[in-house]
Ligand binder design. Structure first.
Ligand code: UGA
Length: 348
């Protein structure tokens, strides 16, 4: 099997690449602008890396789509503060650049495994979001946060239509707040500069207070990256075509916590690392309103729980890592002195 991963140096791409090399005999062709998260893959005989920009390297991409068995286009902006500040960048990269790749897969009759998102459900009132039943509910146009959700939703619909009318062999997966080592750089000091978990770890280590947007009662189900990657391996393997022409939520419905509870857990956990215990003890939780924190284009999701029965039924997949266990592994990575030095150098 030959797998093409575009955006291999991202959070999901880097973990997936490592898992493929250690758990399977598959070959990977990979492209990314940067390679700092790929230290365990670079130099491996089954990892063929090209440094480059997917919006420019059209010939390389066409040639490698042709040569591979399955394509995973993982390049996207996935940070809510960017949706609000630079909505057109989100549209151009997440939507336009990926549409071109999807069309090449259709033309070359290649299987595609494409990242949809939990964000497509938006403010859906269902207690658990179902891939085939739930309505997708976003806000008014001036709430620019939804440009990511809308871009991804339209791509889902385009991919579905190519599947139905042009026999595109696709799988759409929807990560629900995956987290773990290599998520975002914790030395990104901008408010909202990274996703919530890495934002809070960075706040604590920098001696800043934690900002709870609208009080922090909104909830998220957090899924550890290894669980997400296991689901992806099953989709790539595609035993009995079980993943073909299907959409899968991939998340951990039992680990549903409020953002305030997440902050409290992190403070308690970081207190157990002697070097950072002081910083954690001094961290205060401050309530801020969403407009102050993100700007007027923001709107939040209050409850986001995945129904995972389809992933269970078709992929025999379920999450295994508890939030406590996953947070510990994530903190062991981020609080490792070597990693702290590397991250601060990369950021500066
Ligand atoms: C995320 C991102 O859109 C994507 O990474 C992804 O597609 C999707 O959800 C997913 O992973 O399922 P969201 O969960 O809203 O969206 O993003 P975070 O930035 O991680 O924020 C989570 C919650 O924490 C939000 O309610 C936000 O307002 C809150 N928050 C964030 C704070 O209270 N304080 C902060 O400093 C940062």
């Amino acid at each position: 099997m030959r797998v093409l991963i575009l955006g291999a140096n991202g959070f999901i791409g880097s973990h997936l690449s490592e898992a493929i090399l250690t758990k399977t005999s598959w070959h990977i062709d990979a492209m990314d602008l940067t390679q700092d998260k790929l230290d365990t893959c670079l130099g491996h005989e089954r990892f063929h890396f090209k440094s480059g920009d997917i919006t420019k390297e059209r010939d390389w991409i066409a040639e490698h789509i042709q040569a591979c068995d399955v394509v995973l286009p993982l390049v996207a902006i996935a940070n809510p503060s960017v949706y609000v500040q630079y909505p057109l960048r989100v549209f151009e990269l997440d939507f336009e650049a990926n549409l071109a790749i999807i069309r090449q897969c259709v033309a070359l009759k290649k299987r595609i495994i494409f990242p949809s998102t939990s964000e497509v459900y938006g403010m859906c009132p269902d207690v658990a979001f179902d891939e085939e039943e739930s309505c997708l509910v976003t806000g008014p146009i001036h709430k620019e946060r939804w440009i990511y959700s809308a871009s991804k939703q339209l791509l889902d619909r385009v991919i579905y239509a190519y599947g139905k009318h042009h026999e595109l062999n696709y799988t759409l997966f929807r990560p629900f707040n995956w987290y773990g080592p290599k998520l975002d750089n914790i030395f990104n000091p901008k408010q909202g500069g990274s996703r919530v978990l890495t934002q809070f770890i960075g706040n604590i280590l920098r001696g800043e207070d934690i900002m709870l947007v609208n009080g922090g009662s909104q909830q998220r189900c957090f899924a550890y990256i290894d669980d997400g990657v296991d689901a992806l391996l099953k989709m790539i393997e595609n035993k009995n075509n079980a993943a073909s022409q299907r959409i899968f939520n991939v998340g951990n419905p039992t680990e549903n916590v409020s953002i305030r509870a997440l902050a409290e857990m992190l403070i308690d956990f970081i207190k157990t690392y002697p070097e950072y215990s002081d910083a954690a003890s001094k961290t205060k939780l401050i309530e801020v309103n969403a407009e102050q924190y993100y700007g007027s284009g923001y709107q939040d999701v209050l409850l986001r729980v995945p129904a995972i029965k389809r992933a269970k039924e078709y992929l025999a997949w379920g999450p295994k890592v508890s939030l406590a266990e996953g947070l510990k592994k994530t903190l062991d990575y981020y609080l490792n002195p070597e990693q702290l030095t590397l991250s601060s150098i990369t950021e500066s």
